[in-house]
Design a protein around this ligand. Structure first.
Ligand SMILES: [Zn+2]
Length: 239
């Protein structure tokens, strides 16, 4: 009797059920029969049962690091102990990561879309909306820059001047070269001073390129001045 119970692992159907249906590990099956996991592994092979894949094995289990922090466990890298602290990945690896993400989303088109989104049909409470607004508004916003953009436009910055700039720049975005298509491009202030409405200080940009100009101001200022010089819209004779 006892013999039969102990050697259940030699029974293909039993072993298959424990391993594949009950999803027990080799160790757990071995414990049931009082043998090592290697023994179970041998009998899986003998019975022609394939090993479960690693991802299958991990499914539903918490990650090894789920409850750990860098204070408790030295393997958790955080802050300045992390090798990537203060560095950015090279453009090449970031590009690869973006491509991989793109492919993944193409293969999983319904991921977090519509009803699959965990937030589907729910709404933020007015309280949390207020909290978010407060956390990201005015000087709390990451790109606040001392409220630079709140300086108002001078009175000269009107439709007539904008039309002049649009015509001068051939209705083409001076950065990416896209033509206006049913939507007017923006007249961007090269030196970011909204009161400086000299035509030299204005350049035509599409909405997309103009939104990029909100960061790295010095870099863009230099680039746009150079672009204008190349085009000749910045030379003194042009006035
Ligand atoms: Zn553009």
């Amino acid at each position: 009797m006892r013999q039969g119970k102990v050697e259940q692992y030699k029974d293909r159907a039993w072993l298959h059920r424990k391993y594949y249906v009950n999803k027990l590990s080799l160790e757990k099956v071995g414990e049931l029969c009082g043998v090592s996991h290697n023994c179970i592994w041998e009998w899986l092979k003998k019975n022609g049962i394939e090993r479960r894949s690693h991802s299958e094995h991990l499914k539903g289990k918490p990650a090894w690091n789920s409850d750990l922090t860098s204070n408790v466990d030295k393997r958790i890298l955080a802050g300045n102990t992390h090798g990537m602290w203060g560095k950015i990945q090279p453009e090449k690896s970031r590009k690869i990561a973006r491509m991989k993400a793109k492919i993944w989303y193409m293969k999983n088109p319904t991921f977090h879309k519509g009803k699959n989104n965990p937030f589907y049909g729910r709404k933020h409470s007015e309280e949390s909306l207020q909290k978010n607004r407060k956390a990201n508004s005015m000087e709390n916003h990451y790109n606040w820059q001392g409220g630079l953009s709140f300086g108002s436009y001078g009175t000269e910055f009107n439709k007539g001047l904008k039309l002049f700039v649009r015509q001068r720049d051939d209705f083409i975005c001076q950065l990416c070269g896209v033509m206006e298509n049913g939507r007017e491009h923006d007249c961007h202030h090269v030196d970011y001073n909204k009161k400086n409405n000299n035509e030299i200080n204005l350049i035509l940009l599409c909405k997309s390129c103009n939104s990029k100009a909100n960061r790295d101001r010095e870099r863009w200022e230099f680039l746009y001045q150079t672009l204008q010089e190349i085009r000749g819209t910045r030379s003194v004779d042009n006035d």
